[in-house]
Design a protein around this ligand. Structure first.
Ligand code: S6P
Ligand code: ZN
Length: 190
């Protein structure tokens, strides 16, 4: 069925919304357990509970060939020297890959292969796309001073599995060191 509202939407990176579609807003308190510096996290939360990010998503179909997509807005900031980030997830259907398209701002994605734990930090920048393979946990960080916005396109069957990350977090963290985003093994943090 070629219904126009299903064919075309208007997305607003500046608000993290897609007109007429649901959105999810995550505040600092929703990220409990994500940041390595728990003291800095609790201190920041005691002072304020800011919005860290918002994601609007269009998720129309459920068929094997259907696609979903979302627009993300991630604010700049840090907890200790760790950048504001998304919760991060694996796809429930592990084979599901995803493509991120950078729109504005400066960010990185932390990718971690589920089986081997191999980790990589890749830039998420305007006019660049990041291919996230299946079986890869992914988390986004704003490493700049302005809002980071992006679009993600993923199979309708992908789903989100947050439980694995909530249990053991990512193996690596991305911290600001000498003014630059730096990938460090969590066990090597001092
Ligand atoms: C969905 C896609 C993104 C994230 C968004 C927020 O598969 O990867 O739209 O949902 O970046 O991240 P998270 O980890 O809170 O879902
Ligand atoms: Zn995803």
């Amino acid at each position: 069925m070629l219904d126009l509202p299903q064919l075309i939407t208007r997305y607003e990176p500046e608000s993290g919304k897609i007109i007429g579609a649901p959105s999810v807003t995550r505040r600092l308190s929703d990220l409990r357990g994500c940041f390595a510096d728990t003291k800095a996290f609790e201190a920041a939360l005691a002072a304020d509970n800011p919005v860290l990010y918002r994601v609007g998503a269009v998720e129309p179909g459920v068929g094997a060939g259907d696609l979903h997509y979302g627009v993300g807005l991630l604010m700049p900031g840090r907890i200790g020297n760790e950048y504001y980030m998304t919760k991060g997830h694996l796809h429930s259907w592990r084979d599901a890959a995803e493509i991120y398209f950078g729109l504005t701002g400066e960010g990185v994605m932390l990718l971690e292969d589920e089986a081997s734990g191999e980790s990589r930090m890749v830039p998420l920048l305007p006019n660049q796309a990041v291919y996230v393979p299946g079986h890869t946990a992914h988390r986004t960080m704003n490493t700049g001073t302005t809002p980071l916005t992006y679009i993600g396109v993923y199979p309708a069957k992908a789903g989100h599995d947050y439980a694995a990350i909530a249990q053991k977090n990512f193996r690596c963290v991305v911290i600001e060191r000498n003014g630059r985003p730096t990938l460090v093994e969590r066990t090597q943090l001092t």
